[in-house]
Design a protein around this ligand. Structure first.
Ligand SMILES: C[S@@+](CC[C@H](N)C(=O)[O-])C[C@H]1O[C@@H](n2cnc3c(N)ncnc32)[C@H](O)[C@@H]1O
Length: 298
């Protein structure tokens, strides 16, 4: 199997689900838009399958977008700075991490952010009420080795360089700028675990605002997919999107929950994927076939 490059393990990344989500996308689109891009797992996977030559990557977290810009446009500069930071942790990696974290909170330098993301607990970003990054270092790992990081950065750059627009706006501004012909993939922060005022990510989103934004996309006839709610073991997370949006609801098994395994429970994580009416209209046969496959009938 061909390896899809990725910058870091990022909380909520769709890296492991990207291929299955892409199966519900048209073979070719004029532009793939990710208003909640994170580490751009879907765009990287789509670029690898040559499903689109143009991408719009947006995330409200501007150091993350600056990091993507550097990785895409100046891969060697980023890989060199990561190698330097990584090797400086030799003698006392904990205090080195905290020094880099303090410096990052003052400068918002994306090169420092990459090191923090690679080195922090589960790639899970955390912020205090002042918006300062306050996640702790992972005591068991030293972070991705520089040679592996370089390969990943170069891989992402080769796939996306010259094909990307990058912005750090609120998702609603991005949705104002999309048009029919675009395919929009929306992967907002999980509700419940990261509403507004939560320490995960830099901002949350309100359910009602989100539903309204999806209604507007429907009115404009835009094809889109949404990853939203789901289930871990018996426990549901997130509110189901309303029927009035006319979305096709698909469930994807995302695998065993590592959190639950740590606590000695064997629980599967199921994630919802919603397809817009405009997307379903473009590929009715393909969708029925995929549904049957998922249900084990084919
Ligand atoms: C679940 S993560 C996306 C993960 C991404 N699909 C990946 O594979 O890496 C959600 C992202 O939404 C971003 N975000 C939160 N509120 C936002 C907003 N109002 N507008 C745009 N992005 C936002 C967060 O910074 C976070 O990176």
């Amino acid at each position: 199997m061909i390896r899809v490059p990725h910058l870091v393990q990022y909380q909520g990344s769709k890296r492991s689900l990207a291929q299955r989500i892409l199966a519900f996308c048209p073979r070719s689109v004029s532009r793939l838009v990710e208003p909640f891009a994170g580490t751009a797992a879907m765009s990287v996977a789509a670029a690898m399958q040559r499903r689109s030559r143009k991408f719009w990557l947006n995330d409200l977290n501007s150091p993350l977008i600056e990091l993507l810009k550097l990785a895409i446009n100046h891969p060697q500069e980023l890989a060199n700075s990561y190698a330097d930071l990584w090797s400086q942790q030799e003698s006392d990696s904990m205090s080195h991490y905290f020094r880099v974290r303090t410096e990052f909170n003052e400068s918002h330098d994306p090169k420092l952010f990459l090191y923090l993301l690679a080195r922090c607990v589960k790639g899970a970003v955390r912020y205090n009420s002042e918006g300062d990054f306050n996640q702790s270092p992972d005591k068991r790992r030293r972070g991705t080795r520089p040679e592996t990081m370089r390969k990943n950065i170069e891989g992402v750059s080769q796939l996306l360089r010259g094909h990307c627009e990058l912005t750090a706006w609120d998702y609603r501004e991005v949705l104002e700028g999309v048009s029919p012909g675009d395919l929009v993939y929306l992967d907002p922060p999980y509700q419940g675990v990261c509403g507004r005022g939560d320490s995960r990510y830099l901002s949350g989103i309100e359910f009602d605002d989100f539903v309204l934004a999806l209604e507007k996309l429907n009115q404009k006839g835009i094809a889109f997919l949404v990853s939203y709610d789901g289930q871990r073991g018996e426990k549901r997370f997130g509110q189901v999107l309303p029927k009035s949006l006319g979305l096709e609801h698909i469930t994807l098994t995302a695998g065993r929950s590592s959190q639950a395994t740590l606590l000695g429970r064997d629980e599967m994580t199921i994630e919802s994927l919603y397809l817009s009416p405009s997307l379903c209209k473009q590929h009715p046969q393909k969708l029925i076939h995929l549904h049957l496959l998922l249900l084990g009938f084919s």
